[in-house]
Design a binder for this molecule. Structure first.
Ligand code: HEC
Length: 239
């Protein structure tokens, strides 16, 4: 459907980076929306909160799926596209209010797998992620930040708290195609391994000696970190 084209050709041989998760939950659909969509703005409820919030809903998709080394981080900047911040995401071939005229939207919705972003063999973004990005652009691509995120630290089930969090923030860089540091977070076994050996908590707590995660993204909220640590303390079950 779209003219193809150009652009964003990412990482190909380079490190096989650029992997993407295939699905991402919306903040609202997981057990009361405590799946973790948040870039740290728990304390500043925003009136626009019922709508799309850039820092909470949109930026994490780009960070985890596009802004990887070899693809569209600042250093790599494939085809001149950098997807690390509001400023960079919206600065090139980007038309606020018109997703169909916006190159990055064209790329993520490209039917031809050889031209689609994220680049094959990375899975396409989920329908839900594409719809969120479309809506965000068509609503004017506002730079909303500081939005509150429902998060219940008493929910620390794998299925409703931990897994959706991994899918949203981590799986793009830790999966079967790209497993940074050998860490896979797209399967229960992988998540459990990283949890039990302590690296996961060190990474999301930004402890000394471990590269802070999510790499390139904002620190998870205290509530989100608590959800993971409680889940680990309770045995890291597949519950
Ligand atoms: C943009 C890519 C990216 C995202 C998103 C990302 N990671 Fe990573 N992760 C990496 C890279 C690269 C490394 C290797 C860092 C290094 O070599 O020090 C890594 C390493 C790790 C490690 C191993 C740390 C160690 O020193 O043993 C863990 C655990 C980890 N990540 C967990 C996570 C979690 C949990 C998330 C989501 C909250 C996440 N990552 C999101 C890129 C990413």
């Amino acid at each position: 459907m779209r003219r193809i084209g150009l652009i964003i050709v990412c990482c190909i041989g380079m490190m096989a980076a650029c992997v993407h998760k295939s699905e991402t939950p919306t903040p609202a659909t997981n057990n009361g929306g405590n799946n973790g969509g948040n870039n740290g703005g728990n304390s500043n409820p925003n009136p626009a909160d019922t709508g799309i919030c850039f820092s909470r809903d949109i930026l994490p998709i780009f960070i985890a799926n596009c802004a990887q080394s070899g693809c569209h981080d600042a250093a790599s900047a494939k085809e001149g596209f950098v997807f690390t911040s509001y400023e960079t995401i919206t600065r090139k071939e980007f038309v606020p209010g018109n997703a169909d005229a916006t190159e990055l939207y064209d790329a993520i919705t490209e039917d031809d797998v050889s031209k689609r972003m994220p680049q094959y063999p990375n899975p396409a973004l989920s329908g839900e992620q594409k719809a969120l990005i479309r809506r965000w652009i068509n609503e004017g691509a506002k730079n909303t930040t500081g939005c509150s995120t429902p998060c219940d630290s008493n929910n620390y089930l794998y299925s409703t708290a931990v897994k959706p969090m991994m899918e949203k923030y981590c799986v793009g860089c830790h999966n079967g195609t790209v497993a940074n540091k050998g860490v896979r977070l797209d399967t229960y076994d992988g998540v459990r391994t990283a949890a039990v050996n302590g690296r996961m908590l060190d990474a999301i707590r930004h402890s000394a000696g471990v590269t802070p995660m999510p790499s390139g993204g904002a620190k998870l909220s205290d509530c989100q970190v608590q959800q993971v640590s409680k889940w680990v303390a309770a045995g890291a079950l597949n519950n």
